[in-house]
Design a protein around this ligand. Structure first.
Ligand code: AHG
Ligand code: MN
Ligand code: MN
Length: 358
């Protein structure tokens, strides 16, 4: 138990002395944590450590810009116009994309990049003639339509070991690997506070940005998703466009008095579900028969995080997301992800109703 001693002031009143710092309370920064965890990696060359640090640096830069988003009109810089230094003000998702690419290119810790914002893969030139073994994929700003209304957005990332020969250029096949092959995955949520959550396959940890020192500090150690939840997240506006089994499951959620929470940025919904429990659904609709969300940039990394925290993630056709064999960089898929008992419950509804006529 912490003990404190009392100091007596000049006027005779006593004030408690500050508690001595406990070993468990010591601040652990993201950089320190990454370096200490290096031994957990199968191939501890320091490259993966460097990549995670690059992403952390890019996240801080993006965070600064996201936090100023509401100021652009006040300081006279509008979207698409020139600012005082002659630069064109960029849309934030383009800005975030550029910053991530720039940080990764500068370090040369990965050999190629794929982004939701780019049609094709981007080769990264080697730095100091060092061949890299990793490729990085990301959704630079998820939920970007929420920026103008001050609602949380995030960056989602995934890291794979390349399959191609490190002496040559990276290939699309390096990216078209199932999610089970991810060596690290995570997200940064620019919310009421900014938090970076990631896994390297040894559990999930969260680091909150302390703006006063500009460091991500370990705040959520070994995160575990609750087994069950009281909330479901789905765009219920599309209810009439969902298949029968999905409508039946949503009716069930409503009958059970589960609360509906849907932010419209998947990364924010998933973060809430990771902490509070619940289920997130994006099934097929008539507009998006294969689902809307991207397998490589959104579903795979968030599925790895949720599975590592004890949750489940399936397509609404009941295939494990992480086992999907991607065929295209921008492939879409359906998803049901969250607390294991809720995903099991959804599973039972799909098995029961999916064979029935609509
Ligand atoms: P992005 O901003 O990267 O394009 O992603 C938006 C995605 C996802 O974050 C969110 O859950 C979903 O689109 C919302 O789609 P609907 O508006 O169709 O519900
Ligand atoms: Mn997205
Ligand atoms: Mn995006």
């Amino acid at each position: 138990m912490a003990t404190t001693t009392k100091k007596t002031s000049a006027n005779g009143t006593s004030t408690p002395a500050p508690a001595a710092p406990q070993p468990g309370n010591r601040i652990v920064t993201l950089d320190e944590f990454i370096i200490r965890s290096e031994k957990d990696f199968e191939y501890a060359t320091g490259e993966l450590t460097g990549l995670l640090r690059d992403i952390g640096v890019a996240a801080k830069i993006i965070n600064r810009e996201v936090n100023k988003a509401g100021l652009v009109n006040i300081i006279g810089v509008a979207d698409g116009s020139d600012n005082a230094s002659g630069d064109t003000q960029q849309k934030l998702d383009v800005y975030a994309n550029d910053k991530l690419i720039e940080c990764l290119q500068n370090s040369g810790e990965c050999c190629a990049i794929a982004s939701e914002e780019n049609e094709d893969i981007i080769q990264v030139a080697s730095v100091n003639n060092k061949a890299s073994n990793y490729v990085v994929l990301f959704d630079p700003l998820d939920g970007s339509s929420n920026i103008d209304v001050n609602v949380s957005v995030g960056t989602i990332f995934a890291i794979y070991r390349r399959k191609s020969d490190p002496s040559g250029p990276a290939t699309r096949e390096d990216f078209l690997q199932p999610g089970t092959r991810q060596v690290a995955a995570g997200y940064v949520l620019y919310g009421t506070s900014t938090i970076l959550v990631y896994t390297t396959g040894h559990g999930v940890n969260g680091f909150t940005l302390d703006p006063s020192i500009g460091e991500f500090c370990l705040s959520h150690r070994n995160m575990r998703i609750p087994d069950n939840g009281q909330f479901y997240a789905v765009n219920q506006g599309y209810y009439s466009k969902f298949d029968l089994e999905m409508r039946r499951y949503i009716d069930h959620c409503s009958d059970q008095n589960y609360g509906l929470r849907y932010i419209g940025s998947m990364v924010s919904d998933i973060h809430r579900i990771l902490i509070q429990g619940g289920i997130f659904l994006y099934p097929s609709t008539r507009k998006y028969p294969k689902g809307k969300l991207r397998l490589l940039y959104e579903c795979n990394p968030l599925s790895m995080v949720i599975e590592q925290a004890g949750g489940k993630s399936l397509t609404t056709q009941l295939k494990r997301i992480l086992d999907m064999e991607p065929r295209e960089l921008h492939q879409r898929c359906t998803i049901a992800i969250g607390s294991p008992r809720m995903v099991d419950e959804l599973n039972a509804f799909v098995e029961r109703y999916s064979a029935l006529p609509l």
